[in-house]
Ligand binder design. Sequence first.
Ligand code: SAH
Length: 409
Amino acid sequence: MLKTSAARTSDAPFSVKISPRGVDRLHSGHPWVYRSDVAVFGDVPKGALVGVTDPRGKFLGSALYSSSSQIAIRMISRDRVSNLPNLVAERIRAAISFRERTVASTNAYRLIFSEADFLPGLIVDCYNDVISVQILTQAMDTDPVRTALLQTLSNDLNPVGIVERVDGRIRDLEQLSPRQSGLLCGEKSSTVIRMNFEESPGTQAGGVQFHYDGLEGQKTGAFLDQRENYAAAARHAHGEGLDVFCYQGGFALHLAEKCSSVTGVDSSRPALEMAEKNAALNRRELEWIEGNAFDLLKDYDTAKRRYDTIVLDPPAFAKSKNDLEKAMRGYKELNLRALKMLRPGGILVTCSCSFHVSSQEFLGMVSSAAADAHRQGRILESRGQALDHPVLLNVPETSYLKCLVVEAK
Ligand code: SAH
């Protein structure tokens, strides 16, 4: 079945018509049109390349079709596309060129960020010599597209291994056959990465190193979107540091470059075991505490523990709009406790990766926590995700990470 749909992607024989509301959406610059705004002609296969027309039949562009997602089509071009695998290869090369221009001082970065690289449903991360791939839509899962992806990555980047990370829930939603995570090419799925190093000709000195295992861990294995925020945190950090929700020590190990001592807190033991290995790799001694961040901050606050630098980087509390109120209460509690625990002149690095929490709401929450903690806060930096996770102006979904660096009087 997949073979049939894939073979037909080359001549785009399928077409869909969208409603006036769908047309407005495309004109606003957003590439998605929902199922309720799409009329499908004939038996369009899963993941097919389709021509898109307005209600009068005027051609609007080419899109990728999903037979199961509420997002029925994702635009891929304003033009007629005759060969999807070739277009995918071209876009991958454009993504490589964008990273060459915008990413520095790291050998780990996101190479393809789905819609933001005009490849809906494809995530590719480079970890030194290992590449991690995630496929999230029917179109990207077709055989010819997979082949084009692997060939282009292998030829242009020459990795020692390409691993696929499978999100079973998404494959289910997209009605794709189950797959296991595993090596797609080469023989190596783990490596060591280095980020935020001094760039000098021919050498990579300093910076922070991390073990990377393509078949373990959360997300695609590391939180690359925070890379530039790690450096920002290190710029302002001092004294005793506390990294809350530390995972494998991303912020903690950067704080350790400036702080006299650093403690990392997380509820995941495997994450902390890796954090300890990462500390050894960087020849650092840090303290790791396994526990629930809410309980621990409450206990520390009651016990009047004080710190000079605190990082809060919780998981996305608002997974949907419905969770927003509860999520904001969670963020507020954490920020309030952290602000109370900072010594005068202390630094709070506070983050939210919930798309549903806007920058304004996030700023409002931190401001209200500061007022309740009777602290004046001065914003030193207002930040987002690293530049290798680009944001598209008319696609709000591409912008999700917020990070404020605040000095507490
Ligand atoms: N700061 C990290 C990423 C944090 S992701 C980095 O830059 O790499 C969120 C982390 O929160 C995960 O490691 C998860 O295990 C942890 N977590 C989730 N709920 C928690 C809780 N209630 N208490 C402590 N840690 C929690």
